[in-house]
Design a protein around this ligand. Structure first.
Ligand SMILES: [Zn+2]
Length: 312
């Protein structure tokens, strides 16, 4: 029998994959961040490793959108995670007695910052200013007490949540918009979480179909026509991405699942749920289904069958 570490990553459930990430992978990616704050291109190398892991775990290609890889698995982006650990080290140093080496080194770094010299605190400021979408403004009072440093850590968590929340607000991810799912933009624990559907949908093929739908890696025309241009270089407008089954101007996710005659060929799911409600309010209905222990696996099976019809 193969051990957890010998099986290909895509064969693991996502919850098991998250455990694997925090066991042998994460320690390498955060190694040394207590002492070294990333202010150069080294962070990008580590981020590539993390994204590669998450895409293999969720069976997604290299060009998949980054934000849902974090928001749906609960795995933190490295820039924010490493910075929080660095600040945790600063907070720990601040609690030490004045003669402790860590406290003395930290106070020296604060003094260097005050006289505009490079050092650990200056690197912290640079890293905070480099956070994507919502940089954290810094002044030296933010590291002069244990409470102030904790406030700074909390602001990094809020910055992380806002960054990822905004990353979901693209037209390519109509089923993951935060507002529709009740996510709170400033709430780290609301935006980043291992989602329930990864626990309830256990059949690997069905889970992949669900991930393809939610993460915009499906074969439906609305997504496939984004990736090509017309002969004259112009893009295909939304109403120029027709349904292959019924000729509707746009083959969207909701159309393929709940509106199109093509999906009527799939048995099982529509008898289980209120199809009328799904047509009237499809996105809210999908999120209700994904939170339901029994409906989520049936829905994922339905998706698998629908994608067999709307194949690439
Ligand atoms: Zn159709």
């Amino acid at each position: 029998m193969q051990s957890l570490f010998q099986r290909p990553l895509s064969e693991h459930s996502v919850p098991d994959g998250v455990k694997l990430y925090y066991a042998p992978v994460d320690p390498y990616l955060i190694y040394g961040c207590e002492a070294i704050v990333n202010v150069d291109k080294g962070l990008a190398v580590l981020e590539d490793v993390q994204l590669s892991f998450l895409r293999r775990l969720t069976s997604l290609p290299k060009n998949s959108i980054k934000a849902p890889l974090h928001t749906e698995t609960g795995i933190h982006p490295l820039a924010h995670r490493r910075l929080q650990i660095s600040l945790g080290q600063a907070k720990d140093a601040m609690t030490q007695p004045p003669t402790h080496y860590a406290k003395r080194a930290f106070l020296d770094s604060i003094e260097l910052y005050r006289i505009h010299k490079t050092g650990w605190v200056a690197d912290i400021e640079k890293a905070l200013n480099s956070l994507p979408i919502d940089p954290v403004l810094f002044d030296i009072t933010n590291v002069e007490s244990e409470k102030a440093i904790q406030d700074l850590i909390d602001r990094v968590r809020v910055s992380c949540a806002r960054h990822l929340y905004q990353g979901l607000e693209t037209s390519r991810l109509p089923l993951l918009h935060g507002y529709d799912r009740g996510l709170i933009p400033d709430d780290f624990d609301s935006v980043l979480k291992l989602r329930k559907y990864f626990k309830t949908v256990t059949a690997p093929a069905h889970r992949k179909a669900l991930t393809r739908l939610l993460f915009a890696n499906h074969t439906l025309a609305v997504e496939q026509f984004r990736r090509v241009k017309k002969a004259d270089g112009r893009k295909f407008e939304t109403n120029e991405r027709p349904c292959r089954s019924c000729g509707d101007p746009t083959e969207t996710e909701v159309h393929a699942l709940f509106v199109c005659d093509g999906s009527d060929r799939v048995d099982g799911f529509k008898e289980t749920v209120d199809s009328t409600r799904c047509k009237v309010d499809p996105i809210i209905s999908i999120h209700f289904i994904l939170e339901h222990d029994d409906l989520a696996p049936v829905f994922a099976k339905f998706l698998y069958d629908v994608f067999e019809i709307f194949t690439g």
